[in-house]
Design a protein around this ligand. Sequence first.
Ligand SMILES: C[S@@+](CC[C@H](N)C(=O)[O-])C[C@H]1O[C@@H](n2cnc3c(N)ncnc32)[C@H](O)[C@@H]1O
Length: 277
Amino acid sequence: MHNCLRRQREVAKDHDPQDQVSTGNAWYTDDQFEKQYSRPGPRAVIENRWRIFETEIAEYLSHIDSQNSPEPVRILDAGCGDGINLLGLNNMIQAKRWNMRIYGADYNALRVDRASKLPFVAEVKVSPLDSLPYPDGHFHVVLCNQVLEHIRQDRNVLMELKRVLRPRGMLILGVPNEGCALAWLRNHVLQRSILQTTDHVNFYRKENLLGLLDSVGFAVNKLVRVGFFTPHLTIHYAISYFAIGRWLMKTIGKNFPSQCAELIAIAAKIKVAVDVD
Ligand SMILES: C[S@@+](CC[C@H](N)C(=O)[O-])C[C@H]1O[C@@H](n2cnc3c(N)ncnc32)[C@H](O)[C@@H]1O
């Protein structure tokens, strides 16, 4: 990677997204549909997540009488980026005929602009996730995928997601399992360039993720462990491209759950008041 770009990415960790967009920092400007969704390996990873989201949303809807309610079920994609998961949610809603309305929020105005041009109806707003422009209890479901690892004040964001969830609402929180031993091997031995360039500031594994959610007052009902943490990104995407590769990673992952690639927590809000430091 070009040194200048690497330096830009290194200093990006705590900076204003709009400044990063104007300096052309690729973490903030890359077209996520082009870089991820249009490439077979990453697309397979994304579509696998969609299947998990769909299962969990269907399960949630089966517990509330959504089809007979005059109000659509509201789902927020918190940190929606260019809107890849808004597309996935829209596909599900169309296929399943769910009575649902999609919302997105992200602090990067460039990404929100792209997401708002997607060819279906979604309300997308520019907003930091620790102060969302929605009233208490507005959403039935909040999806926050591959976002929290970028945010130093992760507790504050979770508090805010909890605030905008209704009392019996569901949080779907997906993060990379980057606190596992194979991630350490990747980041410190096999692919050290990742640590030099990443804008991740939190490295979660099951224990610290569950502890964090508990400290904020979320009750985790289920923890989905996705695949297996291949300790090199290129190999990870290459294997993900093939159905047999995904099956292999899933099978190995089942035997080594602590070394899965991603963690997806399905949580409900339980406690009423929590201190934030
Ligand atoms: C890796 S992308 C993930 C996008 C999408 N959720 C997905 O799964 O493809 C992380 C997104 O989180 C957004 N983000 C990071 N920190 C944020 C913050 N404090 N407030 C709002 N959005 C934030 C970034 O702008 C970016 O679009």
